[in-house]
Design a binder for this molecule. Sequence first.
Ligand code: EPZ
Length: 421
Amino acid sequence: MKELEKFIIEGGKRLVGSIPISGAKNAALALLPAAMLADEGVCVLENLPDIDDVKVFIEIIRQLGGKVDRIGDYTFSIDSRNVSSYKCKSDDVKKMRASYYLLGAMLGKFKKAEVYYPGGCNIGVRPIDQHIKGFQALGAKVVTEHGVIKMYADRLIGSSIYLDVVSVGATINIMLAACKAEGITVIENAAKEPHVVDVANFLNSMGANIKGAGTDVIRIKGVNRLKGCTYTVIPDQIEAGTFMIAAAATCGDVTLKNVIPKHLTSITAKLVEMGVKVEEGADSVRVLGVAKPKAINLKTLPYPGFPTDLQQPMTSVLAVADGRSIVTESIFEGRFKHVDELKRMGANIKVEGRMAVIDGIPKLSGAQVCASDLRAGAALIIAGLIADGYTEVSGIRHIDRGYENIEKKLNSLGANIKRVK
Ligand code: EPZ
């Protein structure tokens, strides 16, 4: 019973050594539904992270008639030739936000979709109006009845779509629905995250015709058929960033392997501003922490800005930085729930709307805290690593959704984290 599990963390251990970074969660959760668009052949996805959200998504694909087999430690084959149902109404769908990608995949494959409204981390309202706007622009009729989004299109016809807000989910979802539409679809004000590019590259490997991913204008020329292919998921920039922050916080010396340093530019820049040393290799980064990081100001922005998913882990190290830091969360309005838990550990943080004012203190002290969402959990683990004494983090089912064996990886670097029932 994951609900009753918690971590017991002994503070004061420096992290030293090297660990591999897993495949990107937010790429994998889009690539799995994208694989269902194949009209012929089988897709093979390599470097899928071994996390709960991926396991749930694989289950959903099986429930829809897809055949998913593990053919290697992190490699799965997805045969979607027998996917016959466009109705995704299992409880699994409600468990995570990424199930919204089933809308774009089913619409693109069947011109029909019925999907439960998505769940996911409680970090704000998280509307999907821009996704719906994109689907309607392609010709879909959309209604929401009893918590189910129902879509139907006679034909899917390419169209120009301007996103009112830079949205990773909407950008990817529209790509999924448009890659087999008739004619050209242009997405303007598109998200540029590495996982958006990863999905475009995967779809192009299947025979789609997508140009401009990674810029704010993506052009998709509809094709008739998509075929299976083999594709490797990019490394997880957020997992990497989380461990970079943990290394910095513990004044450690940690090398992360299997990363793309370019994807980590914004986190590297802020850590260097704090006095941390970061050495970039071809596919690795080495982080050397300092005893007392400097306070900084931080504002979360769409890529290539500082990622909102690393705002929470950063507040833990800023809680003991030298001076006052101002953290502005410009993406999600409810992403400071971890602050109350950090205050139990002695942090001096004032939250006003989308801004958190953090006055660094000499040391956090271990306490019983609860993770409200995935990245809040990561923040509390980092706080536990640097606190005086022991910290108990409950709600770790959130953490297992997005981090593969996080306590094993950290313990291999010298941490002392026990998972207890
Ligand atoms: C994805 O969420 C990620 N989740 C999030 O990661 C990540 O924080 C976020 O992108 C930003 O990078 C997955 O990929 C599964 P958005 P998503 O659409 O797609 C507003 C994690 O910890 N918006 O880019 O939901 C929205 O409210 C998770 O791994 C609309 O107004 O993010 C937010 O303010 C947490 N209307 C902003 O846009 C819409 O239709 C950005 O959201 C869609 C979004």
